[in-house]
Write a protein that binds this ligand. Structure first.
Ligand code: ATP
Ligand code: MG
Ligand code: MG
Length: 351
């Protein structure tokens, strides 16, 4: 059988590895030491630094293809893998790792992000708030996730009182949205694209808390335009694998929030709610297999994230015939940390 290398050791890699195993592939995980949770599912796991050239070369040598589950894998690390072996192209990482780059790229394709301004100092921030207004959100350009590296700014006064972060940032005008949704697609090595249905995503404190299918009429009406942009992104990056774009549904149509060049938390519902999950189709795409059917197979699906210390408590849902529990096996529960998720699937309209 062939071997698939996965850069990153989190729950996304773990679920990817489970799909790979089902399809008969071996997986080798690679990530720096830390709280990795894919090693119990990977056939092998290499703990080494992102800049460990010797370890990376040995890893690449032993894999037939390499992919990633973590969007902050350094671009140099991804480029150290022979180009013919790594999917998606590391260009996707390079484009998405910097929020400023990402927004410019999206605008270049005709997409519409929230109003934004580059900010490298408190002075820049004050003039950005002056120009774009408040409320708004200051975000570090790099390394943010789950709402980390973000500051809500309610007024010019707050902008001048803030101790400016020690990193390049962007200021974004606050989008008055009706709802949030994501577009998740898979693109094959031949350039075929398939989309999953879009769910309504609910965030609390900057962290995804739930996704709901069906979404809403308002969202459904904006999915076509959002997909058109996602398709352009995927084609422009010659993307292979699963790609996610997050949107705000507004009165004026879909506003782009951010993209993730990987499988996504808002697609976890596809494991039980779609004919082929995002994880299986990602593996199929990077391995050069035909793509699987992405259609939704349930009348209603709800995915709830289990954050912090609630994983034991979630076991009580197992007596619900609709429930599927996923425990990522994380040793240490921290507040706001994604410990697992629960998917409630109603197979018929009575659910
Ligand atoms: P992740 O990568 O885990 O999705 P992140 O840290 O990159 O999260 P964002 O997606 O930028 O964070 O923001 C998190 C959430 O904060 C959004 O889903 C949305 O609910 C809210 N938010 C972010 N930016 C804006 C904005 N410009 N206007 C309104 N709400 C926003
Ligand atoms: Mg993000
Ligand atoms: Mg986000």
């Amino acid at each position: 059988g062939s071997t698939i290398g996965i850069l990153g050791g989190g729950q996304l890699g773990r679920m990817m590895a489970m799909s790979a195993a089902q399809l008969g592939y071996r997986t080798i995980g690679y990530a720096p030491e830390g709280d990795n949770v894919s090693h119990s599912v990977n056939d092998e796991f290499i703990s080494a630094g992102w800049d460990d050239e010797t370890a990376l070369a040995a890893f690449a040598e032993r894999c037939d293809v390499v992919t990633w589950e973590f969007e902050n894998v350094p671009v140099d690390t991804a480029r150290a893998i022979p180009q013919a072996k790594i999917f998606p192209d590391p260009l996707a990482l390079e484009t998405a790792q910097d929020r400023l780059n990402e927004k410019r790229f999206i605008e270049g394709l005709g997409g519409r992000p929230a109003a934004y301004a580059k900010c490298d100092s408190g002075y820049d921030l004050e003039s950005a708030v002056d120009r774009l207004g408040a409320p708004g959100i200051l975000k570090t350009r790099r390394d943010g996730y789950d709402g980390k590296g973000q500051w809500r700014i309610m007024s010019v006064h707050e902008a001048s009182a803030l101790k400016f972060p020690d990193a390049p940032c962007v200021y974004e005008g606050f989008v008055e949205f009706d709802a949030e949704f994501s577009v998740i697609l898979v693109r094959s090595q031949e350039g075929e694209i398939r989309f999953w249905d879009s769910t309504r995503n609910v965030h609390e404190g900057g962290i995804l808390s739930a996704s709901h299918y069906p979404a809403t009429k308002e969202i459904d009406a904006q999915v076509a335009e959002a997909r058109e942009l996602a398709r352009k992104v995927a084609d422009a990056l010659k993307y292979v694998g699963v790609l996610t774009l997050e949107f705000f549904a507004t009165h004026g149509g879909p506003v782009f929030n951010e993209m993730a060049p990987r499988v996504h938390n808002s697609g976890h519902w596809t494991i039980e709610g779609a004919a082929t999950s995002q994880f299986e189709n990602h593996i199929r795409a990077v391995a050069g297999l035909p793509l699987g059917d992405t259609r939704t197979t349930a009348a209603r699906v709800e995915m709830r994230n289990i954050l912090g210390s609630d994983i034991e408590e979630a076991h009580r849902h197992l007596s619900d015939s609709r429930a599927h529990l996923h425990d990522y096996g994380k040793a240490e529960a921290k507040e706001g940390r994604k410990m697992g998720h629960l998917t409630l699937v109603s197979r018929d309209t009575r659910g």
